[in-house]
Design a protein around this ligand. Sequence first.
Ligand code: OAD
Length: 292
Amino acid sequence: MAALQLPEDLRVRVREALAHGRLLAFTGAGISAESGVPTFRGPEGLWKNRRPEDLATPEAFRRDPEAVWEWYSWRRERVTRCRPNEAHLALARWALAGGLRVVTQNVDGLHDRALGLIREESGGLDGREEAPGESTARPPLPWEPGASLEDPVRLHGSLFRTRCTGCNVEEAYPYDEEEAGSPPPACPRCGALLRPAVVWFGEALRPSDIERSLEWASEAAVTLSIGTSALVFPASQVPLTTLAHGGTVIEINPTETPLSGRADFRLGAPAATAVPALLGSHPNPLPRLDRP
Ligand code: OAD
């Protein structure tokens, strides 16, 4: 594919936002499409031949926990075979450099795995060369201790976590090949069924997640809306909040969405091409940035 032509004004805004840690990446299923993860809407989408009310509601799980669990096992198995693409990796490099934050609607764990790969690639030092006498552990970044700002907000939860339908305890649920075809597991504490820790239709998002997302969106000088149909509320408020606070919104999506007419710029290209082209190469050694 020919190199993406980007207006200079766009490049300058993105560069400045990254330099000040004020870029927000808001992602949806389209960012993982080139990794082989199906999107929800569109001709090949997960909702093409399935009804959300049969698979993604609390009522569906009460009615038929086996069928719902089996669908989530299939999705876990499928995304486990996929790898983060150049878009996830470019975001992870800049997140670790402190240039940006990620709010995702995706439950596929590919942002997390990209962060893991970049950490591994950089020997746990986030790309900085080790000075003589410096410990091999990653030195604390300026905004540490506290919340790990490089981790994404997962607005719709994760395929790799469960929540107990009885005692509500949420915990990691790593994919296990043996699991295929087995019924939903029982909670080791109270014996009730474990459900996937994802947000289903008709359920509220975790208040702290949406609050943090909207706060980051209001602080962002630039928000990239990447690979989302921008149809699902309240996640769709993230780019609109940046606009309401005077920030710039750049949409990256081969297809137009309800956000297209409001975004300041639109890149009608696939994420794995457009995101690395827009962010450019990350600085090495990584800068120590001050967060706003
Ligand atoms: P959708 O399936 O609604 O939209 C995916 C978007 O990605 C579409 O606008 C595509 O045009 C775009 N797209 C496809 N390939 C792309 C590529 N290579 N690069 C960039 N963009 C591409 O997915 P979401 O917007 O994420 O909710 O859907 C939002 C929510 O609806 C999901 O989180 C899920 C779903 O029901 C829950 O499960 C709660």
